[in-house]
Each structure stands twice: as C-alpha cells, then as structure tokens.
Design a protein around this ligand. Sequence first.
Ligand code: XMP
Ligand code: MG
Length: 177
Amino acid sequence: MDAIQVHDKTFVPYISAADIAEKIKEIASQISKDYEGKRPLFIAVLNGSFIFASDLFRRLNIDAEISFIKLASYKGTTSTGNVITAIGLEESLHQRHVILLEDIIDTGKTLHEFLPQLQHQGPASIEVAALLTKPDALKFPVHPKYSGFEIPNKFVVGYGLDYDGLGRNIPGIYQLG
Ligand code: XMP
Ligand code: MG
C-alpha cells in the first residue's frame, strides 16, 4: 500500500483491509457465542461506524437487530458543558441486550456522556464494540468489551473514518504521516 493524500494531508498505510476483515471475523464469532439466544440490538453510531457495522453484522450467525443513530452535541444552558442527544433511536431498549458500535474511541468523552442515557431506558445489558481505541488519548472511563485494534494517538482515516468528510471509502486504515 502506498501513502495517500486526503485534502492537504498525507496518510500512510496502517491497518490493511485484510487485517480488518480478519479481526471483524473474530469479534463477530465472539459476539455470536456471547449473545446466542439473546437477540441483541446493535446500535451503530453514524457516520463513522457504518462500514464497521455492516461488515460485523453480516458476520453474525445469530438472530440480531440493528439500528442507526447520529449523536448531536448541544451547548448546555448551564456550566455543565455540552448535552448529547441521539437522533433516530426509535426502538425501546427496555430489557434488550444492547451493543453500541463505534468506529473509534478517542478521549471517551462522547460515550461517557451518552451511555448513561441508554442505561436510563432499562436495557438488560449494554456493551460497546469499537473497531479502534486510542489508549493514550483516553480521558474518560469507557472500556469496550469488544475492541478491534489499539492504536497510537495519531489521526486515522479510511474504513468509514474521515478527514473533513473525505477518506471514508478507502478500504484500509491510514495514519497521519
Ligand atoms: P471521543 O473523544 O469522544 O471521540 O472518544 C470519538 C469521536 O471522535 C472522532 N475521532 C476520529 N475520527 N479519525 C477520525 O476520522 C480519528 O483518528 C479520530 N479520533 C477521534 C470520531 O468521530 C469518534 O466518533
Ligand atoms: Mg464517530
């Protein structure tokens, strides 16, 4: 794989499409074991996780449902900072086994703020599956039960992840050079 250009920046190859596919196969088989008979509800966080979600979901060999949400962050009216709301979540999570799908966990802030809102609906369980985590960037206690690759604290694109809108269609993952 060669270096690529996205907007004004150069990115170098980091994780090949074949390695991603292999990892997703492993995660899907683990989830299929863990959730057999539980009919889990996957909630994929758009936009970044759409390719991860579709590849993982197709690899499951159990009954499962999937729904897609967007997270919007509003400036709070108090000093508590931003308020995160989910757009598009129509299913009731009550007594469901929920698996949240994220492309990448960086500081953990987004999920740390959002997960309690899902808990509020009284699901039977909630776990997180993230394709990528950046352990050195983590500032909030978010620990995905299923995690693909731990990567250094460098910006990445490809496989659904974008730099300013571009790069999502690149099959592998590339790192800022
Ligand atoms: P936090 O810090 O809340 O951030 O865990 C998670 C969100 O930040 C975005 N993000 C990235 N997007 N390449 C990207 O394309 C990256 O290296 C990267 N790091 C963080 C992403 O939207 C994720 O949902
Ligand atoms: Mg994202």
